[in-house]
Design a binder for this molecule. Structure first.
Ligand SMILES: [Zn+2]
Length: 246
């Protein structure tokens, strides 16, 4: 990958005809949303419009590192949640991340969409699985879902300590050792990619329908923002919208 692209896309979602993008740090006009104000400034809206992602203003949530799934019915603030679902064509859903995983889930047959924000806290609470459950309750066959993981911190850069490990151990007594690599006394590297891919598979998503380009936000500060590497700063937006029916 060369140059300074404003956003990346997923080949899997492109092939399914889903308008979407994962912003890089070079995407213009994103403002840290405060007080329920839309984080999408004029320059961001212009670029979203070019990509077929502005039939209306994107829906966004106040993200709290939990596992609540909110149904977005209109653009703008959609409540306190770490996953948004919708069946409404044209309504863009968005989540914001800087190391945490953004995950887009799409049911191409039933035309249902979810976007997920999963850091370690959300992963411990199975937020990805909660989003799959919300879609399947609405009628989506889990085996028909497409899942795309966006740029996020990789196992190369994500060192955690005992409090995190204890939560993983409690929540996932058999799986957690496959998600971590010990690197010293009280230190482990955590593979949130594998943890979330495992959760998606456990929820019934077919492995061949899960895509992860394994782009690490902390390794690629030329492209992404990393909370771990840079502290509080910018964040990356993931935006997707069900296309109008043909
Ligand atoms: Zn890395």
């Amino acid at each position: 990958m060369t140059g300074r692209p404003a956003f990346l896309t997923s080949p899997l979602l492109e092939a399914a005809g889903l308008p979407h993008l994962f912003t890089t740090r070079h995407f213009p006009g994103l403002e840290r949303g405060a007080n329920g104000r839309s984080p999408f400034g004029a320059a961001a809206r212009a670029l979203l419009a070019e990509r077929g992602l502005l039939a209306e203003l994107p829906a966004f949530a106040r993200q709290v590192h939990g596992a609540e799934v909110a149904e977005a019915r209109a653009g703008g603030h959609a409540g306190v949640a770490d996953a948004l679902v919708s069946e409404r064509p044209g309504l863009p859903l968005s989540v914001f991340t800087a190391d945490c995983l953004p995950i887009v889930l799409f049911d191409p047959e039933g035309r249902r969409l979810a976007v997920v924000h999963a850091g370690w806290r959300g992963t411990v609470q199975s937020v990805a699985r909660a989003a799959v459950t919300a879609l399947t309750r609405a009628g989506a066959p889990p085996g028909g879902l497409l899942a795309a993981v966006g740029p996020s911190i990789g196992p190369c850069c994500y060192e955690v300590d005992l409090p995190v490990i204890e939560r993983l151990r409690t929540g996932f007594p058999s799986a957690w050792p496959t998600w971590v690599t010990p690197v010293g006394p009280g230190k482990w590297m955590l593979d949130l990619w594998k943890a979330n891919e495992d959760q998606l598979r456990a929820a019934g998503v077919a492995p061949s329908r899960i895509e992860n380009p394994r782009l690490c936000t902390a390794c690629r500060l030329d492209l992404f923002f990393s909370y771990r590497r840079e502290g509080k700063g910018g964040s990356l937006a993931t935006v997707a919208a069900i296309p109008p029916s043909s």
